[in-house]
Design a protein around this ligand. Structure first.
Ligand code: PHE
Length: 353
């Protein structure tokens, strides 16, 4: 039996191993492992050579042993490099961009439907010379009630179910004034008139609150848009003309309007205004509940007591006021059946406007 020539064997082995490593698919952990088993495994080719060393003469054994061990180290190091490459390749693949995928659609934001209708209402009045002003949602009862000819303990307060703000005894003002969430935008009438002399011509959008059980037509939070005009010689004809023009701008040039008596303590005479139904032109349909008319706001001539309460000369000045619910107007216009949609933050509803 001829002795193997270990150095020649080692050279061949080194060449085989390195060239196999070169073409190895580094992204395939299975292939890398297969290579390791073939050359460095327990029954691999290098191990077999190392085992055969014992049969060599001492001198050759030392030389061949050193060469074999250095090859083993070299191969192990190369393998480690390959493994690092494999990991890097995998990481790169995970982060890579698939440019063939369809893009994600951008969702564009929009104004809340209440905001849209409020802006529309206000600009209709701005164009008629009204100035937009805003006031606090947390309000003194003085502005929400007292100045509006709704004294404390007067049954008329029941009309506005009120959410009161609790005040610790120690913080109550000496006059016993209480704090509430405004039940309408009318408190701004007093706030505006207190600070300026006529002529007054303002439009007041804002959030209001009522202590109310909710249903399809009632919410405990909603908006109102208030209007107030005070000057010398303002008459009911001005009220009618202004609100008629408003109705035509918002609901269409062919609209007719109707005024009927109504009661609010801060106006005299008080009215509610209806427009003929835009769904059926007054013939009767679901929107107007077959009446042909749709009520859209309360209004009236400012009560002299309200003017007097802010120190206006009632012999000289008269005025009119009105208030409407923009959610109600949006509901009529877009056929929205439930007012609670406005504050439920459901995108399926909100994205329709
Ligand atoms: N503030 C009244 C309400 O909330 C509406 C209104 C305003 C009526 C101005 C007349 C004049 O019901």
């Amino acid at each position: 039996m001829t002795e193997p020539l270990p150095t020649t064997d080692l050279k061949q082995l080194s060449e085989d191993a390195l060239s196999a490593l070169q073409v190895l698919d580094t992204s395939d952990p299975g292939a890398v492992e297969k290579w390791r088993v073939e050359f460095l495994g327990r029954n691999g080719r290098l191990t077999t050579v190392l085992r055969g060393l014992g049969a060599l003469p001492a001198e050759q054994r030392r030389e061949a042993g050193a060469a074999a061990n250095s090859l083993k180290e070299q191969l192990e190091q190369r393998l480690e490099e390959k493994r690092t490459q494999t990991l890097a390749a995998q990481a790169a693949r995970a982060e890579s961009l698939d440019i063939s995928l369809p893009g994600r659609r951008m969702r564009r934001g929009r104004l809340h439907p209440s905001t849209q209708i409020i802006r529309e209402i206000c600009s209709a009045f701005n164009e008629m010379g009204f100035q937009t002003v805003e006031g606090p949602e947390v309000e003194w009862e003085r502005y929400n009630f007292d100045l509006l000819n709704i004294p404390r303990d007067h049954p008329a307060r029941d009309k506005w179910d009120t959410i009161w703000i609790e005040q610790p005894e120690s913080r109550r003002p000496p006059d016993g004034q209480r704090i509430l969430l405004r039940t309408h935008t009318s408190p701004m009438q007093g706030r505006v008139m207190e600070r300026q002399q006529p002529p007054v011509r303002v439009i007041v959008p804002g959030k209001c609150y009522r202590f109310e059980a909710t249903d399809a037509t009632h919410e405990w939070q909603f908006h109102q848009v208030e209007g107030l005009v005070v000057d010398e010689g303002v008459t009911f004809a001005d009220l009618k003309g202004t609100l008629y023009e408003f109705a035509r701008r918002i609901f269409g040039a062919n609209r007719r309007v109707r005024f009927r008596c109504d009661f609010f303590p801060f106006v005299e005479p008080g009215v509610d205004m209806s427009i003929d139904c835009f769904g059926c032109d007054g013939k009767g349909c679901r929107i107007c509940k077959n009446s042909g008319w749709i009520e859209i706001m309360g209004a009236g001539m400012v009560h002299p007591k309200v003017l007097a309460a802010v120190g206006y000369d009632t012999a000289r000045y008269t005025g009119f006021a009105f208030g409407m619910g923009p959610e109600r107007i949006a509901m009529l216009r877009y056929g929205i059946e439930d007012i609670r949609h406005f504050f439920s933050n459901d995108l399926r509803f909100l994205s329709q406007f």
